[in-house]
Write a protein that binds this ligand. Sequence first.
Ligand code: GNR
Ligand code: NI
Length: 164
Amino acid sequence: MAEKLKILKFPDPRLRTVAKKVDKFDKSLEKLTEDMLHTMYEDNGIGLAATQVNRHIRVIVMDLSEERNEPRVFINPEYKILNKESLASFEEGCLSVPGFTEEIIRPDKIELEWQDLSGEFHQDTPDGLLTICIQHEIDHLEGKLMVDYISPIKRDRIRKKLSK
Ligand code: GNR
Ligand code: NI
């Protein structure tokens, strides 16, 4: 059975950890992704990075479907920006920054590479919400948060509210 994992909240310093590459594609990796998907669905998220559940390896889960029935797993994901001039703005939320949303501008033409649970490599040039969500999640694996894109004053206000 899948377990619900605890999600770290900003400004927890553990969210700043840089995640390590996955090199063992075993049963425990599969269990982690099941638990992460369960946790993401319970909290109505569209994505979750292992960093957020205090596991510092390069693992992301996602479900962008309306019906919540298209779970996806990205192991060791990497992206290249294909066109630095092509940007999209999106109102982002984060399960580690509950109760806040911010308009964030990101490149929207990217090439994505990742591995699946059996270690097979995949490549895609996604569009729409996937381009935004995957960059948000890969930021988590680098110890970076949505609030790093906003002004220090706003960030401090959020920090104070969430520290209470
Ligand atoms: O649930 C989430 N919604 C969301 C909305 C816009 C852009 C990114 C996201 S990801 C977020 C879940 C989360 O915190 N993932 O790290
Ligand atoms: Ni997030």
